[in-house]
Design a protein around this ligand. Structure first.
Ligand code: FE2
Length: 379
């Protein structure tokens, strides 16, 4: 039902007849990290991701190592360089650990490349076919904001565990999944006055439509502000909110991100669960750190959002936020940055009809982020 309302809503804003870039979903998210082996252990132990595939010296990969982890429909690749110099090292030097590629699952990676490049996308990887005994995968890629890229993955003729070049990866220590289902949305932070440019990129080059926008009146506290627009593809499976900093009395969290990441990049990955209380209880027990929400948030929240199915007490104990729109409500919670630089973090979200992004929580949330910035001396 939620999916139906979403597509109805999209038709209102996306009247274009033909979707020239049909996207089946997010295929994987690849992070370039300083130590992929240890990062993989973190995502297994703390987040309940399961080992899926591996590429490295043992598989003939000479210059890098990649671990692929999976939880339901979510796939993460953690990649580290095995040599000095080169692009991955330079990326890590500039940005710290961070998202390099947001890969999109398509039926035709060659056509996806042609449609986007002919509309002005900068090429990252021309279509190439890779093969092994389990079949073939076609990959192509384009640049987006900062040094982030989109890879188009065509895997309809592949039956192996992940893709050619990888072997199955098994580990003895496999903590249980925590109930994460799929990527709900991925947010990009871009520089001053760049939000519209990148929204136009997603509209013109990838055929996305704008769902919602927030201006600095919606998203401001006493000190900081930002602006945000949400871009979605035709079937609503891919949603990319784009943030830019806005002028405030002190430094915006978006500006802090841009400073530490040295440019635009992925700010957060929102992952969906069917039971946020269970998922967050598990994550907290395994040491994942969340933003602290002031207890007084819960004094008035039900006046704002009305009746909900859940008891308020466990939500309050776990610091889970609630928001409502015309179509229902949602429950959400944000981690602290999962890296040493104050850059990328995760959002846990459970939708109960609502198709929006928690605008009503922004103020409480940003005040929580500002408390952290204050401690870092970057406010
Ligand atoms: Fe979000």
């Amino acid at each position: 039902m939620a999916t139906d309302t979403s597509s109805m809503k999209l038709e209102k804003v996306a009247p274009s007849a033909e979707d020239f870039l049909p996207l089946l979903g997010t295929d994987y998210v690849e992070l370039y990290v300083g130590n992929a082996k240890q990062a993989a252990h973190y995502y297994q132990s703390a987040w309940g991701f399961q080992p899926l595939a591996y590429a490295g010296l043992e598989t003939g990969m000479k210059d890098r190592v990649s671990y692929v982890l999976q939880q339901d429909k979510i796939r993460l690749i953690l990649t580290s360089p095995l040599e000095s110099g080169g692009d991955i090292n330079r990326h890590i030097d500039a940005h710290g650990d961070g998202v390099k590629a947001v890969a999109l699952w398509v039926d035709d990676a060659t056509k996806s490349y042609q449609e986007t490049v002919s509309r002005g996308a900068e090429s990252y990887m021309e279509p190439k076919t890779i093969k092994d005994e389990d079949g073939e995968v076609v990959l192509s890629g384009i640049h987006t904001y900062g040094e982030t890229v989109h890879i188009f993955v065509e895997r309809k003729n592949y039956h192996g565990v992940f893709m050619p070049g990888y072997q199955e990866w098994k580990t003895d220590y496999n903590p249980e999944p925590v109930g994460l289902k799929y990527i709900d949305h991925m947010v990009g932070n871009v520089g001053w006055n760049e939000m519209n440019k990148w929204c136009e990129f997603y509209a013109k080059v990838m055929g996305f439509a704008q769902l919602i926008s927030f201006d600095d009146n919606d998203i401001s506290t006493e000190y900081t502000a930002l602006m945000s627009k949400v871009m979605s593809n035709g079937n609503g499976r891919i949603k990319f909110p784009i943030n830019e900093p806005a002028e405030g009395r002190k430094k915006s969290q978006i500006e802090e991100y841009i400073d530490f990441y040295n440019g635009a990049g992925v700010q957060h990955i929102a992952v969906a669960t069917d039971n946020i209380i269970e998922t967050v209880t598990q994550l907290k027990a395994r040491g994942v750190e969340f933003l602290y929400v002031p207890e007084n948030y819960y004094d008035t929240v039900l006046d704002r959002v009305g009746e909900i199915d859940e008891d308020l007490e466990p939500l309050k104990e776990l610091g889970i936020l609630i928001d409502r729109d015309d179509e229902g409500y949602l429950l959400q919670l944000f981690t602290k940055p999962v890296l040493d630089r104050p850059t990328m973090f995760f959002e846990i979200i459970q939708r109960k009809g609502a198709q929006s992004f928690g605008k009503g929580n922004f103020k409480a949330l940003f005040e929580a982020i500002e408390r952290e910035q204050e401690m870092r001396g970057t406010l």
